[in-house]
Design a protein around this ligand. Structure first.
Ligand code: CAA
Length: 285
């Protein structure tokens, strides 16, 4: 499996980060969004992140230009036809994902490998929407993608051993560290992280401390880079709500059940940083 060209479907927070690191690592990268407006927004996000990397001394100006030269945006799925690897990072909806994979299966060359960046849906279910079940796996990146070192590489019982090993090599070529996971909802990180985040909300509901004190406690007491409520705002309360529901549905365990306050905040549009308000107010930042 020779990876030269990578397709990324979805140019939101995660898709933009994935496209950025692929282009930065020298892969010809095509990123697809559903319309011009979202594509422009996504490409701007990549541009800003590359500028930030230059400002922080992580990337030379000429390398930024090289990365941009490797990157193409499109709204047309057909432009992914000759990709060796397609990474999907669209909304966490099984229905939308399966529909997309069925379409991609008819477009992308037979040797192309498909990978989903899902954080909690079952990879097997998506693979079954295609005829390339042995060339299908999960690649779960973490936010912010250009900074976080980990990628969970998820195999199903159908994934070909060689495809799995070579995809881990590809991840290393992006400067990331792979961990191997089985196809269990939440894989390793969210299986541990989601109950912790939900418990922080339950703690807030029960009055164990204020938003600021809960965050300060975990940040300074345990050395976490962010407190749990700041991290929830960072990940997005809607995203966390989706993930928790999927995991609760899968495991039927109370620790994955979204607490009422999370649901209320999502309904109220307090989604975290992206909406300007979550547990904290970002309207001036
Ligand atoms: N490109 C490359 N490097 C960059 C960069 C960019 N665009 N922006 C910043 N950097 C570098 C900086 O130079 C810096 O490097 P050094 O440490 O070597 O100096 C480093 O990245 C950190 O940057 P900042 O100083 O700007 O940021 P910070 O110190 O305030 O840290 C943070 C920000 C990385 C987000 C940190 O707070 C953190 O690690 N938070 C936790 C994030 C986390 O847990 N993410 C996982 C979420 S869960 C998930 O994603 C999965 C899911 O399914 C829900």
């Amino acid at each position: 499996m020779q990876i030269e060209k990578v397709g990324v479907v979805g140019c939101g927070l995660m898709g933009a980060g994935i496209a950025e690191i692929c282009a930065k690592s020298g892969y010809e990268t095509v990123v697809r969004e559903v319309n011009d407006e979202l594509l422009t927004k996504g490409l701007d996000r990549i541009g800003r992140s590359l500028d930030k990397a230059v400002c922080k001394g992580k990337l030379e100006e000429n390398k930024k230009e090289e990365a941009l030269g490797k990157l193409t945006g499109t709204t047309n799925l057909e432009d992914l036809a000759d990709c060796d690897l397609v990474v999907e990072a669209i909304i966490e909806s099984l229905e939308h994902k399966c529909e997309l994979y069925a379409a991609l299966d008819g477009i992308v060359k037979k040797s192309g490998v498909f990978a989903s960046n899902t954080s909690s849906l079952t990879i097997t279910e998506m693979a079954m929407a295609t005829k390339r079940t042995e060339r299908f796996l999960g690649l779960h990146f973490f936010n912010p993608v250009p900074i976080m070192k980990l990628v969970e590489v998820v195999r199903t019982i159908m994934t070909d051993d060689q495809v799995f090993e070579e995809t881990k090599e590809f991840i290393r070529s992006l400067g990331k560290e792979p961990v191997s996971c089985q196809d269990n909802s939440g894989f390793i990180v969210n299986r541990l992280l989601v109950p912790y985040l939900l418990d922080a909300i339950r703690g807030l509901e029960e009055g164990i401390g204020t938003v600021e004190d809960i965050d300060k406690a975990m940040q300074l007491g345990c050395g976490y880079p962010m407190g749990p409520l700041t991290l929830l705002d960072f990940v997005g309360l809607d995203t966390t709500y989706y993930i928790a529901n999927i995991m609760f549905e899968e495991y039927r365990e109370k620790r994955f059940a979204p607490p009422p306050l999370l649901k209320q905040m999502v309904l109220a549009g307090r989604l975290g940083r992206k909406s300007g308000r979550g547990f904290y107010d970002y309207s001036n930042s």
